[in-house]
Design a protein around this ligand. Structure first.
Ligand code: HEC
Length: 244
């Protein structure tokens, strides 16, 4: 007897191979879109905190008026300049759902920080973009299962330490990488299929008070400045989205 598979078996295996082939890129494209949106949200939120840093650190004021509602208006404005309309997001699609959840997390982080922000007679209060980012990331992970963090080769906070993957990508960003271009890869983490996404972040004017010149001088947080110049690569936002 000839070892020939019936036609329907061949057709079926061809069909499943095609489905597998088609399915994989589509699946990771959706997760990649989610990761991209979440990273961009965090950059916008961090910029809002940086722009309000002088107000937050104003020792002469008690109530700063930097409420979640004020934060919301400013972050929506910041995002709309990047073409993201937060008011149009729907929980019915994965990107909208993630954006709504990350925004809720950030709103909670700003709400939780109110006593800290409104403390009178105190200058530096420790509510800075990095702290905002870490608290938002923790809350967002609990809501979504998506990991969101900021990281840097020159990390100050141990919780921002890059893992092996992040270190490799940060080094890519440092050597001739197109400015602002993110990096995405479908890979595994902790035995799960994930999309990992990194968005490089750069030093802007408001960052210089703490991260600028002269290197080694203590910033208002009492930490040595790195001596960065405006436009220098500071690190990245890193997002890990499980593929379901
Ligand atoms: C008020 C001072 C201050 C300002 C302003 C500030 N940072 Fe930071 N930044 C810090 C401190 C302090 C840490 C370390 C946080 C910790 O240890 O918890 C940090 C941490 C970071 C990290 C995480 C990596 C690390 O070193 O742990 C990144 C990325 C970062 N800052 C980028 C920026 C950018 C970009 C801006 C401007 C948008 C900015 N920072 C503005 C003080 C500041």
């Amino acid at each position: 007897m000839k070892n020939k598979k019936p036609l329907w078996v061949m057709a079926l295996s061809l069909f499943s191979a095609t489905m597998l082939f088609l399915h994989e890129p589509f699946a990771s494209q959706k997760e990649e879109a989610v990761a991209k949106a979440v990273a961009e949200y965090l950059v916008a939120g961090r910029a809002v905190i940086a722009k309000n840093q002088a107000l937050i650190n104003d020792a002469s004021k008690g109530d700063k008026g930097f409420t979640p509602a004020v934060y919301e208006a400013q972050v929506f404005e910041e995002l709309s300049r990047k073409g993201v309309d937060m008011k149009a997001q729907s929980a019915g699609d994965p990107v909208g759902k993630a954006l709504i959840a990350v925004h809720e997390s950030a709103m909670e982080a700003v709400a939780d920080a109110q006593p800290q922000i409104n403390e009178a007679g105190k200058g530096f209060k420790g509510f800075i973009p990095a702290v905002y980012g870490a608290r938002t990331g923790d809350k967002f992970y609990k809501k979504s299962g998506i990991r969101l963090k900021q990281t840097s080769i020159k990390f100050r906070g141990d919780y921002n330490r890059p893992d092996e993957f992040e270190e490799t990508v940060l080094k890519k960003f440092e050597s001739g990488w197109e400015k602002g271009k993110p990096y995405s890869e479908a890979t595994t983490a902790g035995g799960r299929k994930v999309v990992r996404h990194m968005l490089p972040i750069y030093i802007a004017k408001p960052c210089l008070t703490c991260h600028g010149d002269p290197a080694g001088e203590l910033d208002i947080a009492g930490r040595p400045k790195e001596g960065y110049k405006e436009g220098d690569l500071r690190g990245a936002i890193s997002v890990t989205v499980p593929i379901r």
